[in-house]
Design a protein around this ligand. Sequence first.
Ligand SMILES: C[C@H](O)[C@H](O)CC(=O)C(=O)O
Ligand SMILES: [Mg+2]
Length: 394
Amino acid sequence: MTLSKIKHVRAFVVRGGGADYHDQGEGHWIDDHIATPMSRYPEYRQSRQSFGINVLGTLVVQIEAEDGTVGFAVTTGGEPAAFIVEKHLARFLEGRDPAEYEKIWDQMYFSTQYYGRKGLVVNAISGVDLALWDLLGKLRQEPVYHLLGGAVRDELQFYATGARPDIAKELGFIGGKLPLHHGPAEGLEGLHKNVALLADMRSKVGDDFWLMYDCWMALDVDYATRLAIACHEHGLKWIEEAISPDDYWGYAELKRNVPKGMLVTTGEHEATRWGFRMLMEMDCCDIIQPDVGWCGGVTELLKISALADAKGKMVVPHGSSVYSYHFVITRHNSPFAEFLMMHPGPTEVVPMFSPQLLGEPVPQNGRLKASALDKPGFGVELNPEVALHRPYTH
Ligand SMILES: C[C@H](O)[C@H](O)CC(=O)C(=O)O
Ligand SMILES: [Mg+2]
C-alpha cells in the first residue's frame, strides 16, 4: 500500500517554554543557581539564561502530505535548525513516501555529516524524523507506539525532575531528581551544601523513595567521585551527567569510582547509535538517557535501544514528553520514564512542553495508562495560540 506522498516540509521557531524547556520566565526553579560547565565564571553562576541556555528556542517541523494530512514535531534548535530543515533536509522528503523513514534518515544524516554528526544538526534531523513518524501515524490512523511494536505494559511509571522531590512523592512519582546547585568552583562549602540538600530531602521523603542528582556536565571526575561517596549514606540512586559528554574516559573512571550500588547515568547530550555505542563499549554508565528530540529521533532511538538491550543496559530517555512516552511503553529495557516538572515551583504537574502542545498527556499519580496514548501519531496538536515564526522558506 502506498501512502499519500510528502508535499511540503516547513520549519518554524517558537519562543517561551515548550520543547526549549529552559526558556522560562524569572523565578523558575530550572534557572535558580544550577551548576553548569559555565559555573566556573562567577558572572554566569546564578542563572543559566545568563550564558544563553535559552538562545535557540523551539523548532517546530511540519510535514504535509498530498492529501492534506500534517505531521509535526517540536524540539530545540530554533532558527539555525529551521535553516537546516528548510534549506538542506527538506529535499530528502518532498515527493517521497512517508513510510521510507529509514532511507530518509540515512540521507539526512550522511548529507550533513561533514558539518553535523551531533548537536544542533542532529536536533534538526530528530525534529524531522519525529514529524515524519507523527505523519505516518496520522496517515495510518494509529498511535506511534503501535507502529513501534505495541505496548509491553499497561502503563508508564515516572520519576520527576525538579527542585521538590518531597512534593513529587506526594504526587505519586517513584522518585525525584534534583538539580545540583554547586560545582567545583564553589569549593568544599558548595560540596557540603550539595550533600546537605540531599540529606534534607532524604529526611523528608523517607528511605524508599528514589533520589538522584542531575549534574548537567558541571563536574570533574574527582569532584563527582567525592560527591558520590558523600551522598551514598543519603541513598543517592544515581549521579547523572556528572562530567562533559565528550569525556568518555572520565565516565568510565567515574563508574569504577562510585560506591557499589550507585548508578552512573548519562546520554542526554549524546547522539546517534555511534555515540551511544561509545558510551556502552567504554562502560561509561549504567543507564543511557537519550533525548528523543536530540539523539536522532525515533528511527535512531530504535537502533540505540536495540544495542543497549543486547548489552543489558536500560534506556530511560531524557525529557522528550510524548516522544518518549510512545517509545518507553514499547520497550522492556525502558522500565520507567522521566517527567520534567515545568511548573515554576514546582508544586503541580503541568504538561512538559506546555504551552506548545494541545492534548499533551500528564501522569496521574505518577503513572500514565497506555490508553492515554491512543490517538493517531503522537496524539498531540500544535497549540494555535502559540505564535509561529518561519524565518526561512525553500
Ligand atoms: C535539571 C537539569 O539541570 C536540566 O535542566 C534537565 C535535565 O538535565 C534532565 O531533566 O535530565
Ligand atoms: Mg539530565
